[in-house]
Design a protein around this ligand. Structure first.
Ligand SMILES: [Zn+2]
Length: 120
């Protein structure tokens, strides 16, 4: 016999009745083992990961978005959205450049100029 696993059942629970405790526990176990609950939990987790990755991609940190979205859900989305955007990398040496610089501090490439064709 299964009962609902909700707050009303817990509040009505009679501590002096061990059989009622067993029935209440079985009700909660049935609820937690329900495939519908697991499908919802999986779907919401995947949604949190996807939205976190999207926000992270917007900030240039998609992996951080995936991790924060997975760990904290909507709170992780805010954490990622408030992070500073990753500076663009040099197209030649991939060194991150601080925002606003026109010349790579590592290799000296003019970032605004088009890349020269590779040697044949
Ligand atoms: Zn460079």
């Amino acid at each position: 016999m299964a009962t609902a696993c909700d707050l009303a059942t817990i509040l009505r629970f009679d501590a002096g009745d061990p059989e009622a405790l067993q029935v209440a526990l079985w009700g909660c176990i049935h609820f937690l083992l329900s495939p519908v609950v697991w499908l919802w939990a999986t779907g919401l987790t995947l949604l949190c990961v996807a939205v976190g990755a999207l926000i992270g991609w917007w900030r240039g940190r998609w992996l951080a978005g995936v991790l924060w979205g997975t760990l904290l859900g909507p709170i992780g989305w805010v954490v990622v959205a408030l992070q500073k955007p990753r500076p663009p990398a040099c197209p030649r040496c991939a060194t991150p450049n601080p925002l606003g610089r026109r010349r790579c501090p590592h290799c000296g490439l003019d970032i605004d100029a088009p890349l020269p064709p590779p040697p044949a």
